[in-house]
Design a protein around this ligand. Structure first.
Ligand SMILES: C[S@@+](CC[C@H](N)C(=O)[O-])C[C@H]1O[C@@H](n2cnc3c(N)ncnc32)[C@H](O)[C@@H]1O
Length: 219
């Protein structure tokens, strides 16, 4: 019988075997909306934490724009790639988003792209984000949207096992989908603004984009 693995173990196995390693050019050509949505240019001098930095392409943008940059991830292969990319520009460590090894009110900005939907205890992560942000500090979280054209297409093309086709290999990984309501509940009582991005039919992006981005401020 196969061992039942938790979401963290699945993530480590998945991305250690098939790490994401795209160039900066490829990433922002594929996600043209990301540079502005992530606010890379707006945090010079701020202490920022990226949760789940992957191979570090986004992290390197914060570094380039003079943020005091920190990042965590669970997967050793990704941490190695990210460290190579940012050198001494950022401090990285291996940690779970539900147990962040920094003190209360340490950061001005917490960013996480494509990570929280792979974590089976998102409330723990949201609690940690609120704990490590200073009052007035901001968060920016990008997760997959339940109401999205891409999800309909994955289901249509792949049937019952469609979730196995969402990431970069067929190795299973935990995936959740979010709505405006579930994100509001997750970060409550902090108010959030929500936008959607990334849709094969651009005019539908606002309603059926693949990424749902929640931004908010710690009260
Ligand atoms: C799809 S990748 C996204 C990486 C990067 N943010 C990007 O957009 O390219 C998901 C990342 O989340 C990390 N991850 C998954 N679960 C995690 C957890 N519980 N705590 C920290 N990182 C986690 C994985 O190791 C992986 O690097």
């Amino acid at each position: 019988m196969n061992k039942v693995q938790n979401a963290g173990e699945l993530a480590i196995e998945h991305w250690n075997k098939t790490p994401l390693d795209v160039s900066e050019q490829e990433r922002y050509r594929f996600y043209p909306w990301l540079y502005e949505a992530a606010e890379f240019r707006h945090h010079g001098g701020d202490r920022i934490l990226e949760i789940g930095c992957g191979a570090g392409v986004d992290l390197s943008q914060f570094v380039k724009h003079h943020a005091k940059s920190f990042a965590i991830d669970l997967t050793p292969a990704h941490l190695r790639l990210a460290q190579e990319r940012v050198g001494s520009g950022a401090q990285l460590c291996r940690a779970h988003g539900g147990s962040i090894p920094f003190g209360d009110s340490t950061f001005d900005y917490v960013y996480s792209h494509g990570v929280i939907h792979h974590i089976d205890q998102p409330r723990r992560v949201a609690g940690e984000i609120m704990r490590i942000l200073r009052p007035g500090g901001r968060f920016n979280i990008m997760v997959y949207a339940w109401w999205s054209l891409s999800r309909f297409e994955y289901m249509l093309h792949h049937g019952r096992d469609w979730r196995l086709f969402v990431e970069n290999s067929r190795d299973p990984v935990h995936i959740d989908f979010y709505t405006r309501r579930s994100l509001e509940e997750l970060f409550s009582p902090a108010p959030v603004t929500v936008e959607k991005y990334h849709c094969r039919i651009p005019v539908l992006e606002k309603w059926l984009g693949w990424f749902i981005v929640a931004k908010g401020t710690k009260p």
